[in-house]
Ligand binder design. Structure first.
Ligand SMILES: O=C(O)CCC(=O)C(=O)O
Ligand SMILES: [Fe+2]
Length: 242
């Protein structure tokens, strides 16, 4: 069998995954949810690009936004599996599995990182000024048995991190938010971030994460606290804590 397309390309762009009308419907539901609840603002200053965003986590989505929950477990999952040639599943960790990211203009941005998961799909619901996702597909050198070789994995990650190294060895893609556009990426190998949001509208998108059935992640606790709470983190960036 030929190599699944996602594996070789590292990411794929599908411009018309959802039609604009459906995007508006989802934006309406997210807007209604926000009328009743203030979103938690996360602010983690970092050298280079910081993490400044608001998020509706997967537990809140399951309880309050059924269309997005269904999308996560249905159509988006099916497409991810078709493209990856695998049988990935929604995460056991619901809070992290599906998120709505809300990024108001004037300072929101998302730090450089790899996701913890094998595949993540990003569905943009609106068009905004700025707020492009920047990605370096298949950039990471990911050890097969990274649990046994933690130090080496950390060293490799650190080596690939500086901007100059990334410019030298990586191939950059820039994706503009556009209603209905879906990016599917091998997320634990794809170095990515979001540029600062400009203009006047909130940038709103849905993050849908998949991995092997029953997959567990070492970074779970510290990373969840960093991404979904305002608690002081135990390390500067829990993704790369030794
Ligand atoms: O909003 C985006 O384009 C990417 C966000 C992201 O990387 C994440 O939530 O892990
Ligand atoms: Fe990410």
């Amino acid at each position: 069998m030929s190599e699944p397309i996602l594996e070789s390309a590292g990411h794929l762009l599908i411009d018309d995954f959802m039609d604009p009308e459906e995007c508006r419907t989802l934006l309406g539901q997210i807007g209604d949810y926000r009328k009743h609840r203030d979103l938690l603002e996360i602010n983690r200053p970092m050298k280079g690009r910081s993490l400044r965003y608001s998020v509706i986590n997967g537990e809140e989505i399951r309880a309050n936004l059924p269309s997005i929950w269904e999308l996560y477990r249905g159509a988006a999952k099916d497409l991810v599996n078709e493209l990856s040639g695998t049988s990935l599943e929604p995460l056991l960790n619901t809070r992290a599995g599906v998120n709505v990211n809300v990024m108001p203009p004037g300072g929101s941005e998302y730090r450089w990182h790899y996701d913890r998961t094998a595949v993540t799909a990003i569905l943009y619901l609106n068009r905004v000024e700025g707020g492009e996702t920047e990605l370096y597909p298949n950039y990471r050198i990911l050890l097969k048995r990274k649990q046994q070789h933690k130090r080496l994995q950390l060293t490799l990650d650190r080596f690939l991190r500086p901007t100059v190294v990334r410019r030298l060895f990586g191939k950059r893609k820039v994706v503009e938010p556009h209603p209905g556009r879906l990016v599917v990426m091998r997320a634990n190998r794809c170095w990515h971030s979001v540029r600062s949001v400009e203009g006047s509208a909130d940038r709103i998108n849905i993050i849908l994460a998949y991995d092997a059935p029953g997959a567990r992640f070492e970074v779970e606790e510290g990373l969840d606290s960093y991404l979904y709470t305002q608690k002081t983190p135990s390390s500067r960036d829990p993704n790369y804590a030794p």
